[in-house]
Design a protein around this ligand. Sequence first.
Ligand code: SF4
Ligand code: SF4
Length: 337
Amino acid sequence: MEKVRLGRTNIAVKKLGWGSIPIQRVSEEQAVSVVQAAVEMGVDLIDTARAYTTSERRIGLALSKTSRSVILSTKSSNRTEKIYDDVQESLRQLRVKKVHIYHLHNVSKTEDYEKVMRPGGAFEGLKKAKAEGLIDHIGLTSHSLDILEKVLQEDRFEVIMTCYSFLEPDAARRILPVARAKDVGVLGMKPFSGGVIEDAGLAVRYVLSTPDIIPIPGSETVEKARENWKIYAEGRPVSEADQARIQQLRQQFDKQFCRRCDYCQPCSQGINIQLMMGIKSVIRRFGNPDEIAWVKGVAEKARDCTECGDCLPRCPYQLPIPELIKKNLEWYDSLKK
Ligand code: SF4
Ligand code: SF4
């Protein structure tokens, strides 16, 4: 299968990578078998993160059982130069001497970007790790296209990661042409928009049909990993019927789907609106909320919504935020029945 070049890193990988959020929520045995199966199938880029609880360790365990080599991409949300310690922990967990790409994780707010880039910030910590040969390339992941535009303009990263799917297609217009011109590699997260898109074929064909981005769909079962790989291997383009279905789904989700831009903030009650809007996919990906304190915290805090409506005019997609929060809380409460 043809390989594509990940920008100035000069890393050549297949057009479909693999993301590891979902393997946190299954047994260790299953997680390891999924990673092994993905690698045996031919996946040659695996993405993980310090924040994905057991994910790095499980990947390390799986890779110790295969002779195949893969490009490893991981990340840390540490905003200070102490991120250097996280790099060392990632190496321990992944059982490797070096990670190919290490990202600053989820730098989606201006104050976070300022924190990571200032003296003593995480960017310096990663530069130190790179100088010592612990990592090859420095990347940055973000849910904000505004931040990614700034990052590309300042041009200090070799790789970036953006959300990209047919429900969130704006990166193709705002990010990919600039990244291409600057020779920055782009990884694409959330090809299923966090589980909102259920038709895997449609979702994967769409992201694969876009040049200059390597999507990294995750899977927690071997079957799912095989299904995604098969779609890739078939190499079918997006058909006219696919286009029609995409338009239909875009219309269906237009006034329901949160694009995680955070323009609705600040909420007068301190609610994390975007996480609460996407709570179904958060729970689908991260697992039982009773075992993950931050997920439970987001939902419990959302009960404080006074329906004041302050957030409504700030949402560029005119989403009925308090109404959707209420619906999602009802769904969340139904899980306990
Ligand atoms: S309507 Fe609810 S979510 Fe929106 S600002 Fe008011 S309290 Fe926050
Ligand atoms: S609710 Fe609207 S403004 Fe808030 S994060 Fe979602 S899409 Fe953006």
